[in-house]
Design a protein around this ligand. Structure first.
Ligand SMILES: *[C@@H]1O[C@H](CO)[C@@H](O)[C@H](O)[C@H]1NC(C)=O
Ligand SMILES: *[C@@H]1O[C@H](CO)[C@@H](O)[C@H](O)[C@H]1NC(C)=O
Ligand SMILES: *[C@@H]1O[C@H](CO)[C@@H](O)[C@H](O)[C@H]1NC(C)=O
Ligand SMILES: *[C@@H]1O[C@H](CO)[C@@H](O)[C@H](O)[C@H]1NC(C)=O
Ligand SMILES: *[C@@H]1O[C@H](CO)[C@@H](O)[C@H](O)[C@H]1NC(C)=O
Ligand SMILES: *[C@@H]1O[C@H](CO)[C@@H](O)[C@H](O)[C@H]1NC(C)=O
Ligand SMILES: *[C@@H]1O[C@H](CO)[C@@H](O)[C@H](O)[C@H]1NC(C)=O
Ligand SMILES: *[C@@H]1O[C@H](CO)[C@@H](O)[C@H](O)[C@H]1NC(C)=O
Length: 880
């Protein structure tokens, strides 16, 4: 070995801050010279020499591989003086600085600098390395335009540029790279249309373009890439396009087209691609059905969530045992009633128009199957049940992931996606690889993650309310040191209720380091009963640091708290759990329960101002001026009825919304306070059979309640107390009342209690509930107890008066309904629309069939379901 070479190697070693070489002229032939060491995985130190020169007297260094050694220096330009160097691989170190222009003099075939901290641009001179076949620069901090010169390196087979900060477009000269087999440009700001000339890369077997700023459509020339085995494109901007023509790609194994604005149907020829194992077409606008050509299912992964697929879900899909995600589609029917069986995620997979016979979790928005009355939720994502800051966080430990849906009493989660490059052992939960340096180690030391999409749902929340969503994050998979493991950049987006709230969110950057817990708060309105938190990967950030397949959204914990005053009181609901009785009485009890629980609202004496403030929090608030304008100053012409507690007017708000205004006369402060109490309770009630309370108005001595206006004069059927309107066809009410009466007189009210309970409940308490229910169902509003009296009765503070349902009243409908028919000016109008009564009946069935009506312990979890794991969930090998 020539002296000069030793000197060059010494300089190189020093610049790299390399401690692994014992340099001497005999370094190539002495065992300790280059200290060839192979640790496990990606950690390797090796130098190869060719000593056959000058009649075996001179050695030249031909290969330098120093992977995963955490070298902390910079790239020495002196590498260029190693004239026989064929391979230079410095993957996964901690090198910084930029790529020296002198590298243009290298005559290597392989140059790999993956996973360092290299910045600056790729020098144009790289295009002078005509010998280059593999250029691997993933996961650095490179920026600027891609060098056009590289287009003349026609030997180039592998060009891997993912996870950098490049911008500009792919240079046209790259059309010359006909020998390319792998081109990867995930996670950069590369823009422009996907060039047509990719069609000239006919040797291509793998193309990755996830998370760029490029625009669709995918050019038709892609059909020329017959040898593709892996194609991944995501998050394309631009107009919607048809499915690209991939018909010639008979060797395709992985096809991922995520969020590419693809319309039309899934082409049947894909089913005939026998090598295909992993198909992900999520977040597009695909319509039509799942082609029959996919039968028998040879796919390991069929991820089609978030499209507009229609028709029946074929049984052979449901029976396949493969990982299938069909959530968020418009399917019309399936044999399956459940949401998750054998790795098949069917959450929200059915269109809104499908009848109510399908289970709640198949319906859009995952509507609450029972009374929606929750207002808090705490989840320790990826971790066990813990108490943190006084709140009990639910456990979320399931290791399932590629197509998983799991629901519990008050929440659910859904996870979709496969990890790129991870051959086995995909993980969906993690514990800290680095110590938690902030407070809150309890929640921050575990997390849930997903390669593509992760959704958490708060279920059965009180609707029409504002909630604070607190999302806790801590980066716990990277390290906090000067090693390559610290170089990971995780980026993802978060949307709550469909609105994007975090873009390219990087926990480490936001928290100023790893192992530090941070949270972000968002106030959201829950219109229905489900709050949806969606975390998803948009192709950005690193995917191979510290190991392949470490990326995707990660979350530590979720806390949802109400932005409105609630009080759940101190009463044991356990005592009444499980009293499942049918339709009307159930509904009455539902209401009573809420009232009972709400009994502690607004204990304090309130001044009028505070009173109004409280009301504004509780419900919509209207000014007297607004109401006067709406009702034409309570014009007698707008009066639609007179009830026991005051007249009811029809009105039209300035935005055109038609309302019914109930005018209660109240003079005293006492009355006002009662009013606020009642409104507080009532506004918590949400039920299809209750007329919706829009809000109220309290000014001077006016107490006004503003309800939705029902056509067909359903207000005539206002059955409930002073404040609640109950909408139900009269015929049905009569029937229910008769039935309740018969039970009361001749049978035993306790027959209404679910037999499953056996004798395992307090008869006294049940009787009290049932009697109060009957009392409230009195056809005459004036004979019904006030809400405050109801609360007291339920509390046991005052005795329950005997129900006032009278036999002789029962025989004459007219007498019985006289009280509330005076409300109506048009009592002739019957609610004859069959849809209305069907709705009512169906909702009631829903209530009684779908389970207990209180905060019960019945879990909708799929945990108990037998799960067939199907074939090995192995990803295909992924070479870097
Ligand atoms: C190789 O280098 C490592 C790290 O410097 C050192 O610990 C080890 O002793 C060296 N081995 C030899 C055989 O020189
Ligand atoms: C090469 O070396 C061998 C012995 O080491 C010698 O016999 C031979 O002559 C040498 N050849 C030349 C061309 O120097
Ligand atoms: C490389 O990083 C070190 C700290 O790790 C810093 O001191 C040095 O200035 C950096 N060099 C370049 C060229 O950026
Ligand atoms: C492609 O590579 C082969 C060697 O594998 C080489 O012979 C050929 O010239 C290259 N093609 C081009 C267009 O450079
Ligand atoms: C692609 O190759 C064709 C010839 O096969 C050539 O005519 C065309 O110019 C190439 N495209 C580009 C953009 O270079
Ligand atoms: C495509 O693959 C086949 C089989 O591996 C090979 O023979 C052929 O040369 C490849 N085509 C191109 C354009 O590289
Ligand atoms: C699919 O369902 C969604 C939500 O229910 C709806 O917005 C969309 O228009 C439907 N698409 C089709 C094609 O029916
Ligand atoms: C909630 O509903 C109201 C009216 O029904 C609508 O105007 C508003 O956009 C909805 N908000 C959300 C976040 O869906």
């Amino acid at each position: 070995m020539l002296f000069v070479t030793v000197q060059v190697l010494q300089t190189i070693s020093t610049t790299l801050q390399n401690r692994y070489w014992n340099l001497s002229p005999r370094a190539c032939i002495e065992p300790n010279g280059f200290n060839r060491t192979f640790w496990e995985g990606n950690v390797y130190s090796g130098v190869g020499c060719n000593c056959s020169f000058n009649n075996n007297t001179v050695c030249h260094v031909t290969h330098i591989e120093m992977q995963g050694l955490n070298l902390t220096g910079t790239l020495p330009p002196e590498f260029a003086r190693l004239t026989h160097l064929q391979e230079l691989d410095l993957s996964r170190n901690y090198l910084n600085g930029s790529i020296p222009a002198a590298f243009g003099q290298l005559r290597v075939t392989i140059l790999s600098l993956l996973g360092n901290r290299l910045g600056g641009t790729i020098p144009e001179e790289i295009g002078n390395i005509t010998t280059l076949e593999e250029l691997v620069l993933d996961s650095n901090l490179l920026e600027g335009n891609l060098p056009a010169n590289l287009g003349s390196v026609t030997n180039l087979r592998r060009l891997l540029l993912s996870a950098n900060n490049f911008n500009g477009t792919i240079p046209v000269r790259y059309s010359n790279l006909r020998n390319l087999t792998t081109f990867r440009i995930d996670g950069s700001r590369i823009s422009g249309r996907i060039p047509d000339f990719i069609g000239n890369w006919t040797s291509l077997t793998r193309l990755d373009m996830q998370g760029t700023s490029m625009e669709g459509p995918i050019p038709t020339t892609i059909s020329l890439l017959r040898n593709l085995t892996e194609l991944r494109i995501s998050d394309l901007r631009g107009p919607s396009t048809n499915f690209p023509n991939l018909e010639n790609m008979t060797g395709l194994q992985v096809l991922i087209l995520r969020n590419c604005s693809i319309v039309g149907t899934i082409p049947p020829y894909l089913g005939a691609v026998s090598a295909l194992r992993n198909l992900e077409l999520t977040f597009n606008m695909l319509s039509g059905g799942i082609p029959d050509s996919f039968r028998p299912m040879t796919l390991n992964f069929m991820l089609l969530s978030h499209n507009s697929l229609t028709g029946e879900i074929p049984n052979w899909v449901l029976d396949s045992g493969r990982n299938v995600d069909l959530s968020y589609n418009n399917f019309t029917q399936s044999r399956q009633a459940g949401c998750q069986t054998s790795n098949i995620n069917l959450a929200a997979s059915h269109s809104a128009s499908v009848g109510n016979s399908i289970s709640w979790c198949l319906r859009p928005d995952l509507p609450c199957p029972r009374n929606a009355n929750y207002h808090t939720l705490f989840i320790n994502c990826g971790g066990g049940r813990i108490t943190y800051e006084g709140n009990e966080y639910e456990e979320n430990l399931s290791g399932e992931g590629p197509s998983h849906f799991e629901s519990h009493d008050r929440w659910a989660y859904s996870s979709t996606g496969t990890y790129m490059g991870r051959q086995s052992g995909s993980i969906f939960t993690t514990t800290n690889h680095t110590s938690i340096v902030s407070s809150g180690a309890e929640i921050y030391s575990t997390a849930r993650l997903s390669p593509s999409s992760l959704k958490f749902y708060g279920l059965c929340l009180r609707s029409g309310r504002s909630y604070r969503v607190r999302l806790h994050f801590a980066e716990i998979m990277y390290t906090n040191d000067s090693t390559f493991s610290s170089l990971g950049r995780r980026m993802f987006d978060v949307a709550i209720q469909g609105r994007v709230v975090l873009t390219d969110f990087d926990i480490t950057r936001e928290a100023n380091g790893v192992g530090r817990g941070i949270f972000r708060d968002f106030d959201v309105l829950v219109n229905g009963t489900t709050l949806e938190i969606h975390l998803y990967w948009t192709g950005k950030g690193t995917t191979a640091i510290p190991d392949r397949g470490v990326y995707g959204p990660l979350i530590s914990a979720i806390a949802i708290t109400p932005n409105f005053d609630v009080s759940t009181g101190g009463l044991s609901v356990g005592a009444i759990v499980g009293i499942v009785i049918s339709s009307f009485v159930v509904l009455v009890l539902l209401i009573l329960l809420v009232l009972w629980l709400g009994g502690c609202i607004f204990r304090k004496d309130l001044e009028d101002k505070e009173l109004r403030g409280a009301l504004e929090l509780q419900t919509g608030y209207f000014t007297l001026r607004q109401i006067k304008a709406a009702t034409n100053n309570f014009d007698i012409a707008n009066k639609i009825g007179e009830g026991g507690f005051g007249p009811v007017y029809k009105g039209v708000l300035s935005d055109g919304v038609v309302i019914a205004v109930k005018q209660l006369s109240a003079k005293s402060k006492q009355g006002n306070r009662e009013f606020v109490n009642e409104i507080g309770m009532i506004s918590a009630l949400q039920h299809p059979n209750l007329v919706k309370l829009f809000g109220c108005c309290i000014e001077g001595n006016q107490l006004l309640l503003i309800y939705e206006y029902l056509e067909n004069n359903s207000l005539a059927r206002a059955l409930f107390g002073k404040y609640i309107f109950y909408k139900i066809p009269k015929e049905e009410f009569v029937y229910l009342l008769d039935w309740a009466y018969v039970l009361q007189e001749q049978g035993n009210l306790l027959d209404l209690v679910d037999p499953i309970l056996g004798s395992n409940y307090s008869k006294k308490e049940a009787m009290r509930m049932l009697n109060v229910a009957l009392l409230c169902a009195n056809p005459s509003p004036t004979l019904r107890p006030s809400m405050s009296a109801v609360v007291s009765m339920l509390d046991g503070k005052i005795p329950v008066q005997a129900p006032l349902v009278k036999r002789d009243g029962m025989t004459n409908e007219d007498i019985r309904f006289r009280a509330f028919e005076t409300l109506s000016q048009d009592s002739q109008t019957r609610v004859s629309s069959s849809t209305f009564s069907q709705d009512t009946a169906r909702e009631q069935r829903g209530v009684s069939m779908d389970g207990p009506w209180v905060d019960s312990s019945v879990s909708l979890s799929s945990k108990e379901e037998t799960r067939d794991h199907g074939p090995e969930s192995k990803l295909l090998p992924d070479l870097i």
